[in-house]
Design a protein around this ligand. Sequence first.
Ligand SMILES: C[S@@+](CC[C@H](N)C(=O)[O-])C[C@H]1O[C@@H](n2cnc3c(N)ncnc32)[C@H](O)[C@@H]1O
Length: 196
Amino acid sequence: MNSEQTLLKKYAKENHVPVMFDDGLEFLINEIKTNDVRSFLEIGTAIAKTSLAIASLDPHIKIVTIERDPEMIRQARRNIAASDKEKQITLIEGDANEVEIEQQLFDCIFIDAAKAQYQRFFAKYSPLLSQNGIIVSDNMNFHGMVDNPELTHNRNTKHLVRKIRAYREYLSTLEDWETTFYDVGDGVAVTRRKKS
Ligand SMILES: C[S@@+](CC[C@H](N)C(=O)[O-])C[C@H]1O[C@@H](n2cnc3c(N)ncnc32)[C@H](O)[C@@H]1O
């Protein structure tokens, strides 16, 4: 982990900003390298920790990342400006369900925003995936609660857990897509088009 990532991790921990687990990020980076990803769309920027990690892999990777929370946008803009990767990262401000991004294709789409809306994000953004691209969805285990719902008694959390389970089922039943679930980080799904 480079010093920029170490500082961002420390900030996230101290300020309770949810960012991808270290081993989940390592897994994502490996997928990006293996699949020769050149264009990356992230739904849910937070403080731009993952965007900056991906940008540091290769100066040719272009990133578009969407965030709706004003404080996160402020932090992300500050962190991107403090890096030398401003030209690689475009931050779009707004709700990912509402913003329109310039029509272009992405080799990897990373879904990591409001957990209850993953299915809507998939439906809206999957047409922007390049032919051999991958869609990576984080938090498929949600701290182990998706497989063990008795771990929480909180009503809102139970609702979220049900939504994530429904999303996992949705991914598994899509006719034109195949998904592999990995027990890494907080649970990561990788979805790609079925070969015809
Ligand atoms: C888990 S954090 C993202 C962490 C980031 N991907 C990383 O790995 O460093 C989720 C972020 O998504 C944002 N978010 C949630 N729902 C959103 C939506 N509908 N549109 C845009 N951003 C959203 C939240 O404000 C939050 O900052």
